[in-house]
Design a protein around this ligand. Structure first.
Ligand SMILES: NC(=O)c1ccc[n+]([C@@H]2O[C@H](COP(=O)([O-])OP(=O)(O)OC[C@H]3O[C@@H](n4cnc5c(N)ncnc54)[C@H](OP(=O)(O)O)[C@@H]3O)[C@@H](O)[C@H]2O)c1
Length: 213
């Protein structure tokens, strides 16, 4: 079985966990306050899930999801994620996270910064531009007319491919934006951000995104 390690158990982390256990993944989920604070969520998720520290979730993971407030990304344990695909759901809200000059000026991307921090992992953007409740409610089988689509981006083809396959399992088509240096196209407040779109609409929205908001 494949183990998904999830770092962050809030709106997005808990929703990804719910869908993942339905799909048959083993889930190890973590937050900042410790596994004992996740007892209720783990009870809901059932026998396929357990709570752990972030380092333990990273170590147990075949692949991981990082879904904490972006301002905490430097706390993500790098060593146990070494050699693994890491899906980054994070968005930069300066009001919450504090200002990061390289993001304000458009010199960096949110997921590019996580990739720098996790230099030995293969980071791919995913699930950053869908509202948490929609993760478990808006997926449909492959081939459904007007199926909702989500974007990914990575400097590593196998990481983008993993997200594409996972999106399909979750019920979504996908569009690969390319390298992380282009992932700003699906960051906060761009046309593709948190709207329901099919693959053609998503590609159009990505193409018309402004670099700096
Ligand atoms: N909410 C949405 O609809 C949505 C949609 C797309 C993308 N996003 C983005 O996805 C990320 C997560 O959003 P969210 O809404 O799920 O946030 P959230 O509900 O505030 O949950 C954040 C989670 O991260 C945990 N956390 C914080 N610092 C940590 C650390 N150092 N190590 C391990 N866990 C840590 C928190 O644990 P504690 O509670 O124990 O502190 C909490 O479980 C953000 O970047 C957000 O912008 C959110």
């Amino acid at each position: 079985m494949t183990t998904m390690g999830i770092i962050g158990a809030g709106h997005i982390g808990s929703q990804i966990a719910r869908k993942a256990v339905q799909l048959g993944y083993d889930v190890v989920i973590s937050n900042s306050r410790g596994p004992e604070t996740l007892a209720e969520l783990v009870a809901e998720l059932g026998g396929k899930a357990r709570a752990a520290t972030a380092a333990e979730a990273a170590a147990a993971a075949d692949f991981a999801v990082v879904t904490v407030p972006f301002g905490h990304y430097l706390d993500i344990p790098a060593q146990p994620l070494s050699g693994k695909v890491v899906i980054d759901t994070n968005n930069y809200y300066w009001e919450r996270d504090g200002h990061v000059a390289a993001l304000d000026t458009g010199e960096a991307t949110v997921s590019g910064l996580l990739q720098e921090h996790l230099a030995d992992s293969r980071v791919a953007k995913g699930f950053n531009h869908i509202a948490a409740p929609d993760i478990t409610t808006t997926g449909t089988p492959a081939g459904t007319e007007n199926r909702r689509a989500l974007a990914t981006a990575s400097d590593h083809d196998d990481a983008a491919a993993l997200v594409t396959a996972l999106y399909d399992e979750f019920g979504f088509d996908s569009v690969n934006i390319g390298p992380l240096s282009e992932s700003w196209r699906v960051e906060r407040d761009r046309p593709a951000y948190v709207v329901r779109q099919n693959a053609a609409e998503l590609a159009e929205n990505l193409a018309k995104a402004p670099r700096v908001i």
